[in-house]
Write a protein that binds this ligand. Structure first.
Ligand SMILES: NC(=O)c1ccc[n+]([C@@H]2O[C@H](COP(=O)([O-])OP(=O)(O)OC[C@H]3O[C@@H](n4cnc5c(N)ncnc54)[C@H](O)[C@@H]3O)[C@@H](O)[C@H]2O)c1
Length: 331
């Protein structure tokens, strides 16, 4: 196959990361970059020798693309995925997949029927340390899970708005929810409390800055996730515990602890690079197993976070099965 011809929609923070990865990949080339902000498209177009667009329809019409990176904010996905999939363009879609479960569920079905390869940006799945943790846990029974995503405020304007980002759990801590699902199995029930405590003075803020989520796994194991952007630094992690063992992922490093020994690993890879390499490799070889998070998988993680938002509003625990069948929006 010739080089994979790649287009981008959204030329903001995360797109730059992917653009660097693709420009270094000798099996791919960046062809076109679309952003509703002309200067962002032009600036990235110059940097990566790509044609700038401000209209995604025009880009898809004029350029013959093999793959499209969708790096727009959660509220802005519209029907970009469907338009590209209809043309047989493979998709790399940033998390979260949207803010309405019904819309994203329909999209998932559409993508499946189209046959295109689709990867979702749950990059932690590609860490070598996460792979080691998964292998260790293969024959273990997990009893309890603790996760956290503790960070600083993100200044991009849409992040602070509930209707645009869905709040921190949907937008960022979704990475930890996804790791819970990847390492410990499906979540059946969630209950969440959220509140705005520290950042009340930020103009237009409508999202909580502290979130606590309890959940029950399909196995019967229980767990919780703490999420906040009241901090000045960035800490993420997850701890999975069972009979005389624990697996601790702290950022990108891993410790496996048993009664008499501890093994520690520091990740040797950049998970964003690994994820993008796997996506291009999957397109070139047709090997879909290289994709560690499909659209369907990303949809399940989204459902957990939206159900938690709903629980915050009702004050009641939410069963994922009934939420997925009946409740379809961010609150
Ligand atoms: N996987 C990760 O670790 C990771 C890290 C950061 C961000 N993200 C995700 O990536 C997405 C984007 O985040 P970001 O930090 O790059 O945001 P950003 O605000 O920096 O950039 C988004 C860009 O999209 C453009 N845009 C908005 N609507 C558009 C449209 N309809 N067509 C074309 N361009 C459009 C904006 O003008 C902006 O330049 C979010 O969903 C975020 O959660 C993922």
């Amino acid at each position: 196959m010739n080089k994979v011809r790649v287009g981008f929609v959204g030329a903001g923070g995360i797109a730059k990361n992917h653009l660097h990865n693709i420009s270094k990949n000798d099996r791919a080339e960046v062809i076109a970059i679309c952003d509703v902000k002309a200067e962002a498209a032009i600036h990235s177009g110059k940097e990566f020798s790509a044609i700038p667009y401000t209209n995604v329809d025009e880009m898809l019409e004029k350029e013959k693309l093999d793959a499209l990176f969708i790096c727009v904010p959660p509220f802005a996905h519209g029907d970009i995925e469907e338009k590209a999939a209809r043309k047989g363009i493979h998709l790399m879609v940033e998390k979260p997949l949207g803010l309405e479960l019904k819309t994203v569920s329909r999209k998932s079905e559409f993508i499946k029927q189209s046959g295109v390869i689709c990867s979702v940006g749950y990059c932690f799945r590609y860490l070598d340390t996460v792979a080691k943790a998964k292998e260790y846990l293969r024959d273990k029974s997990i009893a309890m899970v603790r996760g956290h995503y503790l960070s600083a405020f993100v200044s991009t304007p849409w992040y602070r708005e509930w209707d645009k980002s869905g709040g921190q759990l949907v937008e960022q801590s979704t990475h930890i929810v996804d790791l819970v699902r990847f390492l410990a199995g499906e979540i059946d029930e969630v209950y969440a409390n959220m509140s705005l405590q520290v950042h009340k003075d930020i103009p237009n803020i409508t999202i909580p800055d502290v979130t606590s989520v309890n959940f029950v796994l399909h196995s019967g194991a229980v767990g919780h996730i703490d999420s906040t952007f009241t901090q000045f630094d960035h800490r993420t992690g997850i701890e999975l515990m069972g009979n005389d063992f624990r697996v601790v992922i702290d950022g990108t490093s891993l410790s496996i602890v048993e009664k008499d020994y501890t093994i520690s690993y520091n990740s040797k890879i950049n998970c964003y690079e690994e994820q993008d390499r796997a996506f291009i490799e999957a397109i070139v070889t047709g090997n879909r197993k290289l994709i560690l998070s499909s659209f369907e998988d990303g949809l399940k993680t989204l459902a957990v976070t939206l159900a938690a938002n709903h629980s915050k509003d009702t004050g009641l625990p939410m069963q994922l099965s009934s939420f997925s069948n009946s409740k379809f929006s961010i609150s």
